[in-house]
Write a protein that binds this ligand. Structure first.
Ligand code: ZN
Length: 136
């Protein structure tokens, strides 16, 4: 008769290996900020969006609402019509990532936003988890 340990080992072998999320661990982008007169410019907008894999419109809408001032996108830059500290922008970016990019369950950034009717879900492509995100 097999020992408990042997049975346990056999059972564990049957469990499919988890998706290795370490190999594609998310690296938080850093906002590159310059000030031009009374305007604040995020210079690496496209790079940030590439890492986040999110639509420009969604991210911009969030950022403008969070800092509470108007702005526009010109080329690779987001130009804010006022002075905002770099630390504030970085913190807002990190909040956005936490809320709209990272999976709560496995921490992967391999996620997509899906709209079903009036509800938007964050679906994880690594582990399959799904959660509702707020509309912005
Ligand atoms: Zn996940």
């Amino acid at each position: 008769m097999k020992s408990y340990e042997e049975l346990l080992e056999e059972a564990l072998k049957k469990i499919p290996k988890k998706v290795d999320i370490d190999t594609r661990r998310f690296k938080m982008p850093t906002v590159s900020v310059v000030y031009r007169g009374s305007k604040t410019v995020i210079r690496n907008l496209k790079e940030i969006l590439d890492v986040l894999r999110r639509k420009e419109r969604h991210f911009i809408k969030y950022m403008l609402r969070e800092v509470g001032i108007a702005g526009q996108v010109i080329g690779n830059e987001l130009i804010l019509n006022g002075i905002v500290r770099k630390e504030t922008l970085q913190r807002k970016l990190e909040q956005y990532v936490k809320e709209f990019v990272l999976c709560d369950v496995c921490g992967s950034a391999d996620t997509i936003l899906e709209k079903e009717g009036k509800v938007t879900f964050l679906r994880c492509e690594a582990c399959g988890a799904k959660r509702i995100v707020r509309e912005i």
